[in-house]
Design a binder for this molecule. Sequence first.
Ligand code: ADP
Ligand code: MG
Ligand code: MG
Ligand code: MG
Length: 418
Amino acid sequence: QGQGDYRILHEAALRDYLAGVADLAATLGGEPASWSITEVGDGNLNLVFIVKGGRGGIAVKQALPYVRLVGESWPLPLSRAHYEYLALSRQAELAPGLVPALLHHNEALALTVMELLEPHIIMRKGMVAGSQYPRFVDDITTFMARTLFFTSDLAVSAAEKKQGIAAFAGNHALCKITEDLIFTDPYRVAEQNRWTAPYLDALAAELREDMDLHVAISRLKLKFMASPEALLHGDLHTGSIMVTGGETRVIDPEFAFYGPMGFDVGAVLANLLMAYFASAGHERTPGERRAFEAWVLETVETVWNDFTRKFLELWRAGAAGDAYPASLFAGETGAARLEAERQAYMQRLFADTVGFAAAKTIRRIFGLAHNIDFELIEDPRRRAISEARAVRLARAMMLEVGAFPTIADVTAAARKLR
Ligand code: ADP
Ligand code: MG
Ligand code: MG
Ligand code: MG
């Protein structure tokens, strides 16, 4: 099938299509006419249908040739469905059980069928409601440590690494969205920007004039563009994580490409910190969400600490890549120097993570795509208070890198601002 075969499959066409794929029809069970089909896409880009039959259910995701949030005036290549499928396949190998199982993919239709995650909910929604997720830290740190380590030069040969980069290099239109919406637009006048006016007008103006900040965000942008360290998820916010009390699944890797590891880790930390600052805006009585807020900050710390521990364990156990050749680190002296270098590597990764977390925060408050953590705070004055606290921390994280040598310095600063 060529690209010419693409068409948007709305309900009736989707039913016919699924009925024609024997495995999927069998998974659903019963007569195709009896299947329920509901569009549930709440993301910014694509269509997602939940289909249920007499036996079971599936989730169907189809890319649109444009950005859903904006409309046909903003075209976006269908090939992102190919990269999402490729990334999901790699993640399933590297972090088994932490992504939805893949059931079917049609390249020409830019359509992927996955395991239906049920009763999982989007983690961000759960956090707005004040829910805690005890499995989250262990699962997300396993996901990040394994997908990042095993696609890096620490784990694979130089040839394999470059083949990996090549396989995702065509996903540049999705990278460009990040480059524009995260690393550029919030710091200049851009038509798509919005913020909680008038309360944040002054802060928005400061972002447009602060040259120190413009240098810092441009450095981060360059790092994003020019550091193919590992295969990233590329959009690892709490809206791309589905959870129950006992399970975690990472979805929606359509922004996948080879980039700097700190971008994924920073995305997770930024979204936890935003949930923390937003929490005050969701309380009906003062102090009501204190236990939740304590859990969020503890989670920020354990995500970084457990990620570091797992990443280092993988590195110590089996560095099969071409970086840091064992022949250069022989004997006790070599082993000691290599271990010191591993620690230094994690320190650099932490500095990147802090910067990217800051960038991911600022874009959610001044850029195009906002998140429900803040958006669901109805009173704009209260919302602005939460948002301004998050921005204050983010600015410090971007500009005063030396002030955050450890993750505990980040949570301490967050606690002070609350
Ligand atoms: P987009 O790329 O447009 O953001 P997502 O992949 O994030 O699309 O999916 C949008 C929504 O669809 C998710 O927020 C979630 O509610 C739902 N969804 C996606 N995949 C599944 C799945 N496998 N099972 C159940 N619901 C899903
Ligand atoms: Mg999404
Ligand atoms: Mg996003
Ligand atoms: Mg998406």
